[in-house]
Design a protein around this ligand. Structure first.
Ligand SMILES: [Fe+2]
Length: 296
């Protein structure tokens, strides 16, 4: 199985972490993880101890992105590349490693504004994952907990960091005319069989949040439909109703979280391999659907 890195966890900082509890627990269908530090909440979408850290703070954005290396050798190789890149590297001490529930950890700032942590040995939860709201469970085995998409003005620098430092491969890219001379440009990157683990959108100016969305993939299509019903009933924004993306083929919808960033729930995306010859441009986000249904 092709597996260089997996998305291990995402850290989000909001003024009041409890504000997101009904959203993650009752709309998305995640389950609470163990508490790792006072005032912070964690969430799971599989058998790992935690996949989301929600901490109290002023950022109101993602602050942390964890990637788990396939093994010690790839951890060492990646650490060397970070050192050589000169972006600055910190060794995680015992307290940081304990808080994240990992064996090894180094971190460096990413150009799009989050701290990237490279880890090994992300610990398992004490109990199996079971969500009454997502009976099929989420697809995470060998592909990480989902994908994340950030918008950044530091687009080329971020691309170089993703490819040359983290060693991600570009899967494909989107270049779409928006009218008025505006072009939407998004690049998609893989590091395992998931079509993209990271995508970067070229922001024309600094936006209030760099995190555009985090995606969770269900094992069965019906769980996407049921999640859509819950999102609709919640009254939250639905920036994109059900549809299918053109490049990864994912059937999904997007719901706006109470903190602003969006969550995509999807199923059935195509997978990629280490030898990938599909790196081409797309000129539309979706083959069909994804219409704006209810905006904030
Ligand atoms: Fe997505």
């Amino acid at each position: 199985m092709y597996r260089h890195l997996e998305l291990a966890y995402l850290g989000i900082q909001v003024p009041d972490p409890a504000v997101l509890t009904p959203f993650f627990g009752e709309v998305i269908g995640l389950i609470p993880g163990e508490s790792v530090s006072p005032g912070a909440l964690t969430w799971r979408n599989d058998g790992k101890a935690h996949r989301l850290f929600v901490e109290a703070g002023d950022a109101n954005d993602a602050t942390l992105l964890g990637f788990e290396a396939a093994d010690d050798a790839s951890f060492d190789e990646l650490t060397e590349r970070i050192r050589a890149a000169g972006t600055g590297i910190l060794d995680g001490d015992a307290s940081v490693r304990a808080a994240r529930g990992v064996e090894r950890l180094v971190s460096t700032p990413a150009p799009w504004g989050v701290r990237v942590e490279i880890v090994t040995g992300l610990e398992d939860a004490a109990t199996p994952f079971q969500s009454a709201l997502i009976p099929s469970g989420f697809r995470t085995e060998g592909v990480g907990f989902g994908h994340v998409v950030f918008a950044t003005t530091a687009f080329e620098e971020s691309h170089q960091f993703a490819v040359d430092v983290l060693g991600l491969q570009q899967t494909d890219w989107l270049e779409m005319e928006l009218g008025g001379g505006m072009v939407l440009e998004v690049r998609f990157y893989h590091c395992n069989e998931r079509h993209h683990t990271l995508a970067l959108a070229h922001a024309p100016f600094d936006l209030p949040q760099t995190l555009h969305h985090v995606m969770f993939e269900t094992n069965e299509r019906d769980d996407v439909g049921a999640a859509f019903d819950r999102a609709w009933a919640s009254g939250l924004p639905i920036p994109n109703g059900l549809g299918r993306h053109d490049n990864d083929g994912m059937f999904s919808f997007y719901v706006g979280s109470p903190a602003g960033f969006q969550v995509e729930i999807g199923h059935g995306a195509k997978t990629v391999g280490e030898e990938w010859d599909g790196n081409r441009s797309y000129d539309q986000i979706s083959a069909w659907g994804h219409q704006p249904l209810r905006l904030a």
